[in-house]
Design a protein around this ligand. Structure first.
Ligand code: FES
Length: 238
């Protein structure tokens, strides 16, 4: 087995000298040093898929933006997290997420507790840079406690990963390709008929938007519990 020795690496983030271990990612070292990098598909405690690209950073000498959540640190690298180029790219990524589905905050159950909404505020995105596709997906409200509204989904796959990696049920998956992709239960059964779903609600807790939510509660009562998964994983490791 190829067991690479973990070494300490020194590099800079936004001109600040930092150190980390060679098995750490740029995002992890940035967090350890109190440097904020926006994320959407990343959740501490779940595997990293690097799909949303919100965490892109610039690395000197590289022509491509690099996702900080999946890129391992290297000795002497010079990372910039907030250049105008990166900001512009993040705005475009967010715009595309908004344009693909129906993210009208004023009519969304997660209004005020939505990571997509928060990112737009943080990045001062006042309007989408691309036009809306106005796609319509069927809402699955068959479950007695929860609703799956693909119109609000950003396909971050946190729900799939938490169901698989933490609950061990793997009741969820992605069906379709590209902008037509959507989260399904089992073999695309109505949620209520899923034999794998344990109704634990973890997928609802980690959903960053109003795509998965609890029934019979008002917008004011929606409290996503995204942090509990991270806590759960930490406590398991004790
Ligand atoms: Fe890094 Fe989504 S947070 S790609």
């Amino acid at each position: 087995m190829n067991r690479e020795k973990v070494r300490v690496k020194s590099f800079t983030i936004n001109g600040i000298c930092v150190t980390g271990q060679s098995n750490q990612t740029i995002l992890e070292v940035a967090k350890d040093n109190g440097i904020e990098i926006p994320t959407l598909c990343y959740l501490d405690g779940l595997s990293c898929v690097g799909s949303c690209r919100m965490c892109i950073v610039e690395i000197k000498g590289s022509h491509e933006p690099t996702p900080a959540c999946s890129a391992k640190i290297k000795e002497g690298m010079e990372v910039t997290t907030n250049s105008p180029k990166i900001k512009k790219a993040r705005e475009m990524i967010l715009s595309m997420m908004f344009s693909e589905r129906s993210h009208v905050c004023s009519t969304c159950i997660a209004n005020g507790d939505c990571e997509l909404q928060n990112k737009s505020v943080e990045l001062e995105l006042e309007h989408s840079k691309v036009s809306y596709l106005n796609q319509r997906f069927e809402i699955d409200a068959s479950h007695k406690n929860f609703v799956n509204d693909p119109n609000r989904c950003i396909l971050c796959t946190k729900c799939i990963r938490v169901c698989d990696e933490i609950e061990g049920a793997h009741a969820l998956d992605i069906f379709g390709r590209g902008i037509n992709s959507r989260i399904i239960h089992d073999m695309d059964e109505p949620w209520a008929e899923s034999v794998s779903c344990t109704s634990c609600g973890k997928c609802v807790y980690v959903c960053p938007t109003g795509a998965l939510y609890e029934k019979d509660i008002s917008e004011e009562e929606v409290v996503k519990k995204r942090g509990i998964i991270t806590e759960l994983v930490k406590n398991r490791g004790k």
